[in-house]
Design a protein around this ligand. Structure first.
Ligand code: 13P
Length: 342
C-alpha cells in the first residue's frame, strides 16, 4: 500500500503539472458567485464545474489532480457524463476535500479549529470506493496580537495528523494543508512574522504526523507562501518571497515528503505564478514545488463564464492560459512577457 500512495503522490507532482482546487464549500462558492451577481444554485454550480473540468487543453496538459467536494464527486455534467468519467478521460486524479470547515476555537483569540474527524474513517472508505486518490484537510492559523497560540497550533496539527493517518489507512494520499492566513493586522503580519509563524506551524505539524505514524512518502504538503499580510505596507520582491519561503520549508519539511503544492491564498494571479516560478529557479531543493490553486487559477475563468454556457469556450481559454502559466512556473520558466503576450 505504501508504494501505491507514493506512486499517486508522484503522479500528482508530475513535472509541469499541478492541482486545481475546485473544492469551494457551498458558502465559499456563494461568495464567489455573489461577486459576479449570480445566485448560488445547484445548476450554476454544476455548470461552472463542468466548464472547468471540460477544459480539455488545461486538464490534459497542465493539471494532475482536481480537489472536489462531496457534491461534485458524485455529480454529472448537464449531458449526464459523470465528472469522474470526464476527469478520467483527461487522466486527472480526483481528490476530495474531507474537512467540514474551520470553526471558532474556544477562547477569545480569534482563532479557528478545523472539524470533521468524527466518522471520517467511514467517509474515507466511501470516497476510496468512488475512486478518490487523494484528500485535503485545511487548517487555518491566524496571526493577530495574541495569536497564534501554542494551543491552537497544536490542536490543528493534531487534527491534521489524525486525518492524514486515516487517509493512508484507506489508501488515499492526504494533502496536509496548514494555512497561515494573510489577513492579520498590518502591524502584526510582516514578512518576518509570516516566516517565523509558518516555521513554527510546520515544525508542529511534522511532529504530530510522525507521532501518528504517517508515512511521509505517501503524503503531500500544501502550505502558504511566506508573505506579509494583505494589509501590510511591505512590498518584498518576487525573489525575496521565494527565498524566504524556500528557506523556511528547507528548515522544517523533511526530504521524504514527495512534493509541495502551494495554495494561492488571495494573491493576484500574476503574484501566485511569479512566486512559484521564482522558487523553482532556486536549485538544490529536496522536493518538487507546484501549485494547488483555487482563486489564482479560476479568477478570470469565473468572470468570463459569468453564468452562461455560451461563454464556455472563452472561459475555458482563460482557464487554460492560467493553467499553462502556472505549469511554466512549476518548471521555473515563467516570465511576465510570455504571460502578457498571450
Ligand atoms: P486558494 O488558492 O484560493 O487559496 O485556494 C486553495 C485552497 O485549496 C484553499 O484551501
Amino acid at each position: 500500500m505504501t508504494k501505491s500512495l507514493n506512486a499517486i503522490a508522484q503522479k500528482l507532482m508530475e513535472p509541469g503539472k499541478g492541482i486545481l482546487a475546485a473544492d469551494e464549500s457551498e458558502g465559499t462558492i456563494a461568495k464567489r458567485f455573489a461577486k459576479i451577481n449570480l445566485p448560488n444554485s445547484l445548476d450554476l454550480r454544476r455548470d461552472y464545474r463542468e466548464m472547468l473540468f471540460r477544459s480539455t487543453n488545461a486538464m490534459t496538459n497542465y493539471i494532475s489532480g482536481v480537489i472536489l467536494t462531496e457534491e461534485t464527486l458524485e455529480q454529472s455534467a448537464a449531458d449526464g457524463a459523470s465528472f469522474r468519467a470526464i476527469l478520467a478521460d483527461a487522466d486527472v486524479i480526483p481528490g476530495i476535500k474531507v474537512d467540514r470547515g474551520a470553526f471558532p476555537m474556544p477562547g477569545d483569540n480569534g482563532e479557528k479549529i478545523t472539524e470533521g474527524l468524527d466518522g471520517l474513517r467511514q467517509r474515507l472508505e466511501r470516497y476510496a470506493a468512488l475512486g478518490a486518490g487523494f484528500a485535503k484537510w485545511r487548517a487555518v492559523i491566524t496571526i493577530n496580537d495574541v495569536a497564534p497560540t501554542r494551543n491552537n497550533i497544536r490542536a490543528n496539527a493534531h487534527a491534521l495528523a489524525r486525518y492524514a493517518i486515516l487517509c493512508q489507512e484507506a489508501g488515499i494520499v492526504p494533502i496536509v494543508e496548514p494555512e497561515v492566513v494573510g489577513d492579520g493586522d498590518p502591524g502584526n503580519h510582516s514578512l518576518e512574522r509570516s516566516a517565523s509563524v509558518t516555521g513554527e506551524v510546520l515544525e508542529n505539524v511534522f511532529k504530530e504526523l510522525r507521532l501518528a505514524g504517517v508515512d511521509l512518502s505517501g503524503m503531500l504538503l500544501k502550505p502558504n507562501m511566506v508573505l506579509p499580510g494583505v494589509n501590510s505596507r511591505e512590498r518584498p520582491t518576487y525573489e525575496d518571497v521565494a527565498k524566504r519561503t524556500v528557506a523556511v520549508l528547507r528548515e522544517h519539511v523533511p526530504a521524504a515528503v514527495p512534493g509541495i503544492a502551494f495554495l494561492s491564498g488571495g494573491q493576484t494571479d500574476e503574484e501566485a505564478t511569479a512566486h512559484l516560478s521564482a522558487m523553482n529557479q532556486i536549485g538544490g531543493k529536496p522536493w518538487p514545488l507546484t501549485f494547488s490553486y483555487g482563486r489564482a487559477l479560476q479568477n478570470v475563468a469565473l468572470r468570463t463564464w459569468a453564468g452562461r454556457r455560451e461563454n464556455f469556450p472563452q472561459a475555458q481559454a482563460a482557464f487554460s492560459h492560467r493553467a499553462h502559466m502556472n505549469s511554466l512556473a512549476a518548471l521555473g520558466t515563467w516570465t511576465g512577457e510570455v504571460d502578457r503576450a498571450a
